[in-house]
Write a protein that binds this ligand. Structure first.
Ligand SMILES: [Zn+2]
Ligand SMILES: [Zn+2]
Length: 304
């Protein structure tokens, strides 16, 4: 089975999983050893081994012998591709700050400081050309040089995750939020690209009707989408982004940009234009204090 090429979907397939996101967060905050990840997260050994392997295979981490002591524990180090996830992770954390009720992940409380200007700030996604904050309504799209079709990647998708109970390896199930549920983010990404009808979403995402109905119910109950009838006989519905739903756009846009940069060797499948300035959109993480782009080397996060 094939579907239209999408950098956003490629990025979601790479990191759009509850534990992968949390492991990348901890790696960006400095964790390098297996036991550090294990202690910081309520993850079981089986899941931790599996996800670290996936991050190494995906090119986000490298596994190497400890530099100081070759008999010591192995270290997981971020690659350039891994470090560049910071924009996606920061956008997820900012979205969670605005909508804590929708998120199932404990995203960290703390303050971002921009070390270049020295100010505490709220990170936001901005157009690199004009500096304006990126909003879904200001962006239009057209097919890019990498457009086409590709085979569908199938992955297990569940909203339930196993969470380790403190101490022992007994685990309980938890439900993940929209930002770490692969299907929910894929539906939202499809809606931003202009797909709104049930049948079209099903064709684009190749989801089972049951799973698609389930996630659409979830997204409408959380007021991310509204359901609107576009045909009365037979009764057919389309799903329209609400203002609250559009607020997740910085996550989707940063996933797409990440996929364009690291996962699209044949060029971006889709090109975005920032309509207020007319330039092709290159989005950067911007400091709200000095309005400059913030690189990872100047992003300091103090945990409260
Ligand atoms: Zn612009
Ligand atoms: Zn600044």
């Amino acid at each position: 089975m094939s579907t239209a090429k999408s950098s956003t979907f490629r990025a979601i397939n790479l990191i759009g999983d509850y534990w992968l996101l949390l492991l990348m967060r901890e790696a960006l905050l400095g964790a390098t050893r297996y036991n550090e990840f294990y202690k910081r997260l309520a993850i079981t050994h089986a899941t931790l081994s599996d996800r670290l392997k996936r991050l190494v295979e995906g090119g986000l981490l490298t596994k190497s012998a400890n530099a100081d002591n070759t008999n010591g524990p192995e270290e997981y180090r971020l690659t350039d591709m891994g470090r560049n996830c910071y924009v996606v992770l920061t956008m997820i954390r900012q979205w969670h700050q605005r909508h804590p009720d929708l998120s199932g992940v404990e995203w960290l409380q703390g303050t971002f400081v921009h070390s270049e200007c020295g100010h505490a700030f709220e990170p936001r996604l901005a157009c690199a050309t004009c500096g304006a904050e990126v909003h879904a309504d200001d962006v239009s799209s057209k097919p890019g040089p990498g457009a086409g079709i590709e085979p569908v990647v199938t992955m297990p998708v569940q909203r339930q995750v196993k969470v380790r109970k403190t101490g022992a390896e007994r685990s309980i199930s938890g439900t993940v939020g929209i930002e770490s549920d692969r299907w929910s983010i894929m539906i939202m990404a499809a809606c931003f690209s202009g797909i709104s009808r049930f049948g079209d979403l099903r064709e684009r995402l190749l989801m089972s009707p049951h799973t698609l109905s389930n996630r659409l119910s979830l997204l409408t109950s959380q007021k991310m989408l509204t359901k609107r009838a576009y045909s009365s006989t037979p009764k057919r519905y389309e799903y329209v982004l609400t203002a609250k739903g559009k607020d997740i756009y910085p996550i989707v846009a940063s996933l797409m940009q990440y996929g364009d940069r690291w996962l699209s060797s044949d060029g971006p499948p889709m090109l975005l234009q920032h309509n207020p300035c007319g330039s092709s959109l290159s989005a950067v993480l911007q400091c709200s204090a000095c309005m400059s782009p913030v690189g990872l080397e100047h992003l300091v996060f103090g945990i409260q």
